[in-house]
Ligand binder design. Structure first.
Ligand SMILES: *Cc1c(COP(=O)(O)O)cnc(C)c1O
Length: 399
């Protein structure tokens, strides 16, 4: 079946793509996407089986390689990110691992922003190094530091922008120019913005990786990931690794993520609006020393974020007066906010980064990254803004 947009004669808008891209209606004329819960596919003849295995005829073989529900998710996310190809994976970490193992080899060097997701740092430093891949870390927004860290074997620049939890940003156009001038790939983890708010490929990045677990699902149900980019690197090389090594997405999870993508633009606008409102309220609260949210004029990355993003996202962090004791008291006084490090859910969550997500860093590393003991992070969900304020106010008013 062909895709609606192949013959439509106009370029659909982003919200339309989120709802309809990739759908290929089957002979049952189903309206919503079906779940193809099948691990293998049959061939009409021995000759067809041989042709498919040889790669000479299109079609499914085995669900470690391809599955129609997973393909629809891949095609829809590729359309949203503006990429030629997408490969769906079992988790966000599987997306990052697959990208590295497909595109790097022993002796290669990665330069990564130091404020990336904790498991990404662990994957790079504890595992990839065993296979002869070297890694250096630099402050996200410091372009001179990126350049200085690059050597003759630097093959990949890896950035997560905006960063979690402080919302620091890097100029992706400048970083992609640097990567190109030195023959390295720029890989961007676009988890916090999603394509609803930021298009790294359009700003010059070579690949985008996702934890679909977060905003793409948006309702805290499934773990998944994806890699998006060009047909050669993603469609052939990353896909080749995935079909061999097997960190594939299940069709059920792909279906959940498809449902998530349909409301992604709406949800990201709502998360961003609620987070900005909360950040402004926190800035005016006497118990709060500092608020980190790129949507605030006071944030050092505000102008850059406003230029390269179409919204500022749902993550707000702030430092309360009184250090860890006060921060924990704010957490423990909440009744509605969920005490969990997850983000990208309809439910707002609160966490103390210094003792959870960043707890394994040394005190010096935390200080370097601006993660102090009074810092709290709220991933703003979709509840009434007044209720989120009231729940935080319970603890803040005692500080
Ligand atoms: C959660 C997360 C990941 C890892 O994704 P999983 O789906 O948990 O494997 C990677 N990057 C960022 C920014 C994340 O928040």
């Amino acid at each position: 079946m062909e895709d609606l947009f192949d013959t439509w004669g106009r370029d659909p808008g982003f919200d339309t793509l989120a709802v309809r891209a990739g759908q290929r209606r089957g002979s049952e004329q189903e309206h919503s996407d079906p779940i193809y819960a099948t691990s293998s596919f049959v061939f009409s003849s021995a000759a067809e089986a041989a042709a498919r295995f040889a790669g000479e005829a299109p079609g499914n073989i085995y669900a470690r390689f391809t599955n129609p529900t997973v393909r629809t998710f891949q095609d829809r996310l590729a359309a949203l990110e503006g990429g030629e190809a997408c490969v769906a994976t079992a988790s966000g970490m599987a997306a990052i691992l697959s990208t590295c193992l497909a595109l790097l080899r022993a002796g290669d060097h990665i330069v990564s922003s130091r404020s990336v997701f904790g498991s990404t740092t662990a994957l790079f430093s504890n595992y990839l190094t065993r296979f002869g891949i070297q890694v250096s870390y630099v402050p996200l927004g410091d372009l001179a530091a990126w350049e200085a860290a690059m050597g003759p074997r630097t093959r990949m620049l890896f950035a997560e922008t905006p960063s979690n939890p402080l919302g620091e940003v890097v100029d992706l156009q400048a970083l992609s120019r640097l990567a190109r001038s030195r023959d390295a790939l720029l890989v961007v983890d676009n988890c916090l913005c999603t394509p609803a708010l930021q298009h790294p490929l359009g700003l010059g990045a070579d690949l985008v990786v996702h934890s679909a677990t977060k905003y793409l699902d948006g309702q805290g149900r499934c773990v998944g990931g994806a890699v998006v980019g060009d047909a050669e690197r993603v469609g052939k090389e990353v896909f080749g690794f995935l079909r061999t090594a097997g960190p594939s997405m299940s069709p059920f999870n792909a279906w959940v993520f498809l449902k998530g993508l349909e409301t992604l633009p709406l949800r990201m606008r709502a998360h961003s609006a609620a987070a900005l409102e909360l950040a402004r309220w926190l800035e005016g609260h006497g118990a709060v020393e500092r608020v980190h949210y790129p949507g605030l004029e006071s944030h050092p990355g505000h102008h850059l974020a406003a230029a390269q993003q179409s919204g500022f996202g749902g993550i707000v962090s702030f430092r309360v007066r009184g250090g860890r004791e006060a921060a924990w008291r704010v957490i423990d006084a909440t009744r509605m906010l969920s005490i969990t490090a997850n983000l990208g859910d309809t439910r707002s969550t609160i966490t103390h980064p210094a003792t959870t997500t960043h707890g394994r860093l040394t005190p010096e590393q935390r200080a370097e990254q601006g993660i102090d003991e009074g810092l709290l992070r709220v991933a703003v969900g979709l509840e009434d803004a007044a209720d989120i304020r009231a729940d935080l106010g319970r603890g803040l008013d005692q500080v």
